[in-house]
Design a protein around this ligand. Structure first.
Ligand SMILES: [Zn+2]
Length: 470
């Protein structure tokens, strides 16, 4: 049997998936409310003969699709949520489609659809060639809120996997050997006593004072935390008017660090700060954990399998129109960002021949170097060995979570990168079904690197996932 057959069949049907990705791009919805994308993907998978279970971990838009049976069990992760305020046309100049509306500035319209493309093609190939095993697609909700997969993990849906593959749209083609940061998100709600701020201030106990003192304490805490930690906050309720002592106020925190234990300790210390602020102001405080995800644990064995598959595929070729789109888009990015991005790409060995990066890099020396930012894929990577790549879906220097990214991920440049990622994931999954050594080696590496740490969700049992916004 020839893997080339699988790749060729995928190329023949790529337009179907480009139109699904564009359809999802045209209907951007925020995390936990991605009903359009979730329904479209579930329907497509059912039509292709997959068994679909929805409402995973009480997340309405999360689902698992499965075909065949028995061992091994190999998964592919997909996402489909958008970001607020990033509405943008497929245009190289700023042109929101709808003011303040969401947009696919992280390319999750491509992320999920590549997984769909991979599993649908692979299912057909496995049937034709009598390949044994269970193939799964995970429709994961709310990655941007850093918690969709944690709720799914709490429901146990990743526990029986032998291994999993995923990817992320980016500005070059490369295996992902870096490690993203662990994160906790917590909101503190302070309750005090209201009063007329001028006539009877002595009777008031300001919840806003407690919020401000918490922030002062957190800002002093910064000096005494491990290197690379990040503490960000947003006042979510600061009271209603200056002349009314606020009896309710709240503040939302993100804490990041290089691993789960480090963030757990930051969280413990921040709780002490908030309790101290409550004591000082004679208010009370309650805390709600919103998210808690792990750092990502890359797997070099699986990343090498993905790299080997990338070597079997030709470079993406771009039309003159796509090249022109890339150049104009880059002119709308700060020149220092463009220069910085070109320098770091040259350092990683990419040839500076085009504004759209070609070639495919695998740099094992980057293994587990901490990278700023977090993702709930971290949770999955501590449950089962995970391979991950990124592909060129936007011109170099385009930053994720910007209008330039939304424009690229709706364009044919994004679709071409998605198709390449789908082929690599399908090829890597096929190798994993047919070569038991891959699973064994990936497992051994996984066990060695997790060094006795067993995954336990960082969201408390009593915290329920948010409900969709109608
Ligand atoms: Zn993303």
């Amino acid at each position: 049997m020839s893997k080339q057959q699988l790749f060729d069949a995928m190329t023949a049907s790529q337009h179907q998936f480009a139109s699904i990705a564009k359809d999802i791009w045209d209907h951007p919805q925020l995390g936990y409310s991605e009903r359009y994308a979730s329904t479209l993907q579930q329907q497509t998978l059912k039509e292709a003969g997959f068994r679909v279970s929805a409402n995973i971990g009480e997340v309405e838009t999360a689902f698992v699709a499965e075909c065949s049976s028995g061992s091994p069990i190999i998964g592919i992760l997909g996402e489909f949520d958008a970001l607020p305020g990033l509405s943008q046309a497929v245009s190289p100049t700023l042109e929101p489609l709808e003011k303040d509306a969401p947009g696919h500035g992280c390319g999750h319209n491509l992320l999920g659809t590549a997984g769909l493309e991979a599993v649908i093609a692979l299912k057909k190939y496995m049937e034709e060639h009598h390949i044994e095993g269970t193939l799964r697609y995970y429709g994961c909700s709310a990655e941007e809120l850093l918690s969709g997969k944690t709720f799914m993990a709490r429901a146990g849906v990743f526990d029986d996997l032998d291994l999993v593959y995923t990817w992320h749209p980016g500005t070059f083609n490369m295996t992902t050997n870096l490690s993203m940061q662990a994160l906790s998100s917590v909101e503190f709600f302070f309750h005090g006593r209201t009063a007329h701020a001028a006539a009877a201030p002595h009777l008031g106990r300001s919840a806003l004072d407690a919020v401000e003192l918490t922030n002062v304490g957190a800002n002093y805490l910064r000096e005494h935390v491990p290197d690379g930690s990040r503490i960000h906050y947003q006042i979510t309720n600061g009271g209603l008017a200056p002349n009314v002592v606020p009896d309710n106020a709240s503040v939302l925190y993100f804490l990041r660090g290089k691993n789960r234990a480090e963030v757990d300790d930051l969280l413990r210390r921040l709780h002490l700060v908030a309790e101290g602020a409550a004591m000082m102001t004679e208010t009370t405080v309650t805390a709600e954990i919103k998210a808690g995800c792990y750092d990502t644990l890359p797997n070099l064995t699986l990343n090498e399998v993905m790299y080997d598959n990338a070597q079997l595929l030709p470079d993406i070729s771009y039309t003159a129109e796509e090249q022109a789109f890339a150049r104009t888009l880059q002119q709308n990015i700060d020149p220092s960002v463009v220069a910085g991005s070109k320098a770091s790409m040259a350092q990683m060995g990419f040839q500076e021949t085009t504004d759209l990066a070609q070639g495919f890099q695998h740099i094992p020396q980057m293994f587990r170097i901490p990278m700023p930012g977090s993702s709930d894929i971290g949770d999955v990577s501590w449950i089962t060995p995970m391979g991950q790549i990124m592909t060129t879906c936007a011109p170099s220097a385009v930053q994720l979570h910007t209008w330039q990214a939304t424009a690229s991920f709706g364009s044919s440049i994004g679709m071409k990168g998605m198709h390449l990622a789908a082929q690599i994931m399908a090829g890597a999954a096929l190798d994993s079904f047919t070569n038991p050594d891959i699973i064994q080696k990936a497992r051994e590496e996984f066990d060695r690197n997790r060094a006795g740490i067993t995954y336990k969700p960082a969201i408390p049992d009593d915290v329920k996932p948010p409900q969709p916004v109608a």
